[in-house]
Design a protein around this ligand. Sequence first.
Ligand SMILES: *Cc1c(COP(=O)(O)O)cnc(C)c1O
Length: 430
Amino acid sequence: MDYTASADLFKQAKEYIPGGVNSPVRACRSVGCDPVFITKATGATLTDADGNEYVDFVCSWGPMIVGHAHPHIVDAVQQAAASGTSFGAPTPTEIDLARMVVEAVPSVEKVRFVNSGTEATMSAVRLARGYTGKKVVVKFDGCYHGHADSFLVKAGSGLITLGIPGSPGVPEEIVKNTLSIPYNDVDTLERTLRDEDLQIACVIVEPVAGNMGCVPPKPGFLEKLRELTREMGIVLIFDEVITGFRLSYGGAQQYYNILPDLTCLGKIIGGGLPVGAYGGKAEIMNCVAPDGPVYQAGTLSGNPLAMTAGIATLKLLQQPRFYKQLEEKAADYADALKRIASATGIAVQLNRVGSMMTGFFTEKPVTDFDSAMQADAARYGQHYRQMLGRGIYLAPSQFEVAFISAAQSEKDLEKTLKMTEWSFKKLLEK
Ligand SMILES: *Cc1c(COP(=O)(O)O)cnc(C)c1O
């Protein structure tokens, strides 16, 4: 493939933007190549600046569950744009999306819209602290909750990929109120949450971890988490920025039938536009300004274009059998991948929940951050480059999720499987 135009754009981008990107993982450093610049996408197909086409498994890191440039969403957004793109005043579309969220997500009685997942988690933690009058946040190693200071302790995503332990610029005074413990470890969880001296305000968790690669909760883990937080009066926050409207229409909480106190949403809820949300029990949400004393605001929050894209997306997800079909497609695809791995003799742990999955290049099961870190990231890098060269766009890191969307056709997936087989064989050469 020819990457001349992308290479030239990357050179220009680096002159004006740190690392040439507006979010670090996009720079593709951990997979050992330069990024391609995308100029267009429809359905499951991305087109880069050189005119190369790719089957997309990144789906903009989750949002594009119905595919790119879906005609219903494009129409709705175009119509909304013609009526003005921002008023800084209440609009009817905010109520429509809020009602849809409250009806969809079992634990959410009231919801506040923001502009990103980071804003959602940051605001939810402030609210939990304000509501409980306590300071400490418990999170899990390898879970990523956006880039707010409090969360940059053993966080996943770009931090693993770049090998940044936390980050300079985050004061000790802030992270000393964050406790990061191993995912899926019920004993440590119990010991931590029962320690009243810790003054824990909240626990925040990705109900299915997606930012150290896909790591499902062990049976009983989320149940125990719910039981202990309820008993100890700790606010339980589900960070459903990935899992919301992905694992089911009601998210992971519906999928596992466990109700948190607060829920953070992002990605799919904006249909490809910048939207985040946090919501939960009315009793807690009523503490948010102007009803309550916990301040949180946003000039572009509830933006009519973004709300419209979210509404149009959610309507598509309400089609009967949408999630059932996605599950079947993902399950068949994952089974085929496993068959290819064992036929070629490549050690891959394929973790999957619904339409999110990661193939870790390791022989041992991946159940937490430490076991994820055992995966062979260099081998993934080679696989990534080989697949990119054959028109398959995977996440540019071993520690991210591949998404199945409604847009990938049988032909797309067959092609991907064929290329995977070729790539796995090539990994074993030399
Ligand atoms: C992506 C993500 C975030 C951050 O969302 P942004 O929109 O990138 O700020 C937070 N939590 C989880 C689980 C995510 O996957």
